[in-house]
Ligand binder design. Structure first.
Ligand code: SF4
Length: 409
């Protein structure tokens, strides 16, 4: 199970990175590799192989399992997911430096399945607002459409919004106009944003108030339900406003993998990945989980899980697992500890450390860390005691930041 993705944690160690060049070349072949293996083992599946949900006010019928694509996507894997019945695909212009969009475009064109899929892409680069926004958004979308080999996407997002400036952007009439014009032109059906920022609650509330947001993709997992009255209230509001809600990062991977803490549960037949994704599906407000599946085994497990309810035993064991690893998971509430971090972007650094350790996305994690401004990763002057004391979740913040700097520099 996993995201842009909800992380598949330790299972990502099985990822074999496929270069973009290899991917582009192999797409021209007939169903091969992973797709063929999946087809042989499971048979081609229809549109109803994965249960569906109605995506909020969009009214669209979507599979409740979506595919995340922020990795070196292989064409045969995309095809395997389509065979398996996945009909919701989430991508972005920024994933693999536009290659994810290209691979998806090639596969959807070749399989002629574009219109069977609810396709989402995202504007990662334009920070335009006001009168500049409509053209900036249109230009970026046109580039995505060309790569995706389609003349429309089902939904277009502001990608990974975070911080006060982007909160203002969300409320900006020029941005609203940009999305409205794209809808009128038939280039997008719905509009939204993705967010895993500390200001998630504020972004969700602003979405309800600003009126143009049809759907939101947010970081949401079994850990986020604890001590999260603000988030729960905001989600209730969004649900009441009939905004479609899509969860990512559903695995809640702790910063480091602790097999010893896992062993007892595994002996009891507990699969944390299955219980974690089912827990999100059990929330009636969440219509889709976008999972960054990277192996056929992830795909099979997620498709099977989508057809089964969460059991009381899974729920109990997941709660025990959560409690025993709670002080290893960063909730991204940077506003709480960054008052003591002397400019270090704690929540972002922790996220990149999770990408590195729990998701196995080492290259990506290093690139993201190194792209931070120098002052956001200046660890030399940290006052570790103060910083640790500022985290209400009991994380050894200073140690983890130093570890991140060592691994990601
Ligand atoms: S270190 Fe603690 S306070 Fe800081 S963002 Fe993570 S969980 Fe929140």
């Amino acid at each position: 199970m996993s995201c842009p993705g909800s992380g598949n944690g330790h299972r990502r160690q099985f990822i074999k990175t496929t270069t973009a060049a290899t991917a582009a070349a192999s797409v021209a072949t007939t169903a091969s590799g992973k797709a063929k293996a999946y087809q042989q083992d499971n048979g081609a599946r229809g549109d109803d192989a994965v249960p569906r949900a109605t995506l909020g006010r969009t009214g669209a019928s979507v599979t409740k399992l979506g595919m995340g694509t922020s990795w070196a996507l292989s064409p045969s894997f995309v095809q395997a997911a389509l065979y398996a019945g996945v009909r919701y695909i989430d991508t972005s212009e920024s994933y693999e430096n536009t290659n994810s969009e290209k691979v998806l475009g090639q596969v959807l064109e070749r399989t002629k399945m574009r219109d069977k899929v609810f396709l989402v892409t995202k504007n990662s680069k334009s920070k335009a607002s006001g009168d500049d926004a409509p053209k900036a958004y249109r230009d970026r979308l046109d580039e995505s459409l060309a790569r995706l080999r389609t003349d429309y996407v089902d939904a277009y997002y502001m990608h990974g919004v975070g911080g006060p400036k982007e909160l203002d952007q969300l409320k900006d009439p020029g941005v609203k106009k940009a999305f409205e014009e794209l809808k009128k032109a038939g280039k997008i059906k719905y509009a939204g944003f993705s967010c895993h920022d500390a200001l998630l609650v504020e972004f969700i509330n602003a979405a309800v108030d600003c009126g143009w947001v049809d759907q939101i993709m947010l970081k949401y997992n079994f850990r986020d339900k604890i001590d999260a009255a603000g988030l729960e209230k905001a989600l209730d509001r969004a649900h009441k406003a009939n905004i479609g809600l899509i969860a990512m990062k559903t695995q809640g991977g702790a910063e480091v993998s602790y097999p010893d803490r896992h062993a007892d549960y595994v002996q009891k037949g507990f699969k944390k990945e299955v219980a974690a994704i089912k827990t999100v599906w059990a929330d009636p407000r969440m219509q889709v989980v976008v999972s960054e599946m990277t192996t056929l085994s992830d795909l099979r497990e997620n498709v099977a899980a989508s057809r089964q309810p969460l059991t009381a035993m899974e729920s109990k064991l997941l709660e025990q697992y959560r409690a025993s690893t709670a002080n290893l998971y960063c909730h991204g509430c940077g506003h709480l500890c960054e008052t003591a971090s002397k400019g270090v972007k704690v929540s972002e650094v922790m996220r990149y450390l999770r990408y590195y350790e729990a998701y196995g996305k080492r290259q990506n994690a290093r690139a993201l860390y190194q792209a931070l401004p120098a002052e956001a990763r200046m660890m030399a002057d940290l006052e570790v005691d103060k910083l640790d004391a500022a985290c209400p979740h009991g994380l050894p913040v200073g140690d983890l930041l130093k570890k991140a700097d060592r691994l990601l520099s």
